[in-house]
Design a protein around this ligand. Structure first.
Ligand code: AMP
Ligand code: MG
Length: 493
């Protein structure tokens, strides 16, 4: 089978304008996806298609399968694998797209630029020992969680389609091969900067900084010290992102520097999962033995990754190394202050608090301490604050909770706003439903083992609208049955 075939179908609406491929050769490899035997579409995101200005409704199932497996490339695409490096669990490694190929950048009707990437599309020069493939369960998992994150109003890469390839992939057992079509503002990572910095060519470093500013931070264009300004801007974006994760109880699971996008989108859904019971030390990833990427460590790791980013920018921040370090340090040292301010503001919203009062921090922390001690569910606790009749739970008859609740009521009076505006504020930031691990596992099991996609589609539907009450969401609000099994997630699968 050949994959050079291009699909000439102007009706779909592809508008490719591939800028990354024009960057210096060392940053990428040109190649096409390795064709697969018998592709079949499992899921296609029509809502996202529409947002992108694409229309697949007149394309036959057979052609859809060929398109989303990379067997048939759209006209105007020009596929590449990107080179990057990264600190994985603290250790520096050369990486790159080992199992992903970017087929090009699509411009929406509003001229917004998005990378269209196939994940699981075969070996590349960066595959190292890997087979370049992905399996169905993890690709559907990325689809579910990334789309849920988007609906939760959290910047994220999106998922356009998942196909099965008709080929088996060998992991611990033989599993159905799969390809996910990922859509993102770009795939420029901290690791991309690390890769270029390691090559030591100042001209390429400058090119990457200018390209990134052009694409994601155009307001910095022409600034006197654009590299330093970029560092500050990326830090702001990353702080906002991690605060969003903390807001909904999301644990990324593998915050290596190659999995941190400069655009500020959540990227690379491997061992990620949402926390049920509030426990700051929660870790789900099977390989994160030291809890490096635990829920409560995410802000600190964000700062650590930004420090690595700052290191790559030093020669561009100032010719004098000492001056460059001083300026970069000044920026990174601001992280904690900015984070704390933004975190407090987010938590105030979760509690429906307007204005700033000295007791706020203690009030917020006391609730978290209580939740931790009583093993309260993170998501549902905030829902109970809004409506105490929403769930039957004796936990909230606890004296400590009742006295905290009184303190909270006293603070609410200081809002000097209607109860309704307070509830509206809470509604905006406290989701009614999240992709709970036990539900995600259930639908993946049905899809991968029983070929039954109905539970998957129902879950995806419910997660599309996490802030609005409908009766369909109720079953998905249940917390998992307590059992002794520790939930574990896996990466690189
Ligand atoms: P991840 O854990 O998905 O962020 O992947 C880390 C690195 O390993 C990236 O460079 C991936 O491209 C690469 N990788 C993961 N799985 C495979 C695979 N099956 N074949 C080749 N490379 C892979
Ligand atoms: Mg990755």
């Amino acid at each position: 089978m050949i994959n050079k075939t291009t699909l000439k179908d102007s009706k779909i609406g592809w508008r490719f304008d591939n800028s990354y491929i024009r960057l210096p050769d060392i940053m990428l490899s040109k190649l096409t996806p390795v064709p697969v035997r018998k592709p079949r579409v499992i899921i296609l995101n029509h809502i996202l298609s529409k947002e992108l200005g694409l229309d697949f409704s007149n394309v036959s199932d057979e052609n859809l399968s060929l398109i989303f497996s990379g067997n048939l490339l759209p006209e105007g695409s020009d596929s590449i694998a990107q080179a990057y490096a990264g600190h994985q669990f603290g250790y520096f490694t050369m990486l790159g797209d080992g199992r992903a190929i970017m087929i090009g950048e699509h411009l929406t009707p509003n001229n917004k630029r998005f990378d269209i990437q196939f994940k699981g599309s075969g070996r590349t020069p960066y595959s190292r020992g890997g087979d370049g493939r992905a399996t169905l369960g993890p690709m559907l998992r990325e689809y579910i969680i990334s789309e849920a994150m988007n609906a939760l109003n959290i910047p994220t890469t999106r998922s356009l389609a998942v196909v099965i390839t008709g080929e088996n992939v060998i992991r611990e057992t033989s599993l159905p091969g799969s390809i996910l079509t990922r859509v993102s503002a770009s795939h420029i990572r901290v690791g991309t900067f690390q890769y270029v910095a390691m090559k030591g060519d100042l001209k390429t470093q400058r090119t990457l900084v200018d390209y990134t500013i052009d694409r994601h931070y155009p307001n910095l264009k022409g600034n006197k010290n654009s590299a330093l300004d970029l560092l500050n801007s990326v830090m702001e974006k990353q702080i906002d992102l991690v605060i969003n994760w903390m807001r909904v109880g999301f644990i990324h699971g593998v915050m290596n520097t190659d999995n941190m996008a400069i655009s500020g989108e959540t990227i690379d859904y491997g061992p990620c999962a949402f926390m049920d019971v509030y426990k700051p030390e929660t870790v789900f990833s099977s390989i994160d033995h030291n809890g490096r990427y635990a829920f409560c460590n995410q802000p600190g790791i964000t700062q650590w990754n930004l420090l690595k980013f700052a290191e790559t920018l030093l020669p561009l921040i100032d010719k004098e190394k000492d001056v460059a370090i001083k300026n970069a340090e000044k920026c990174i040292n601001n992280f904690s202050i900015i984070y704390k301010k933004k975190w407090l503001s987010m938590m105030r919203k979760k509690l429906g608090l307007f204005g700033e009062h000295t007791e706020d921090e203690r009030l917020i922390n006391n609730l978290l301490i209580w939740m931790n001690a009583k093993k309260a569910d993170y998501t549902n606790t905030f829902l109970i604050l809004k409506d105490e009749n929403i769930f039957q739970n004796d936990l909230f008859k606890d004296n400590e909770f009742i006295s905290w609740h009184k303190e909270w009521q006293k603070r609410l009076i200081k809002n000097k706003k209607s109860k309704e505006s307070s509830l509206n504020l809470m509604n905006e930031v406290n989701p009614l439903v999240i992709p709970r691990n036990h539900e995600v596992e259930k639908v993946l099991e049905a899809a991968t083992n029983e070929n039954n996609l109905a539970p998957l589609n129902s879950l995806i539907d419910v997660l599309k609208n996490p802030y609005n009450y409908r009766s369909e969401i109720v079953p998905y609000q249940s917390t998992p049955e307590p059992n002794n099994k520790i939930y574990q997630t896996f990466c690189g699968t």
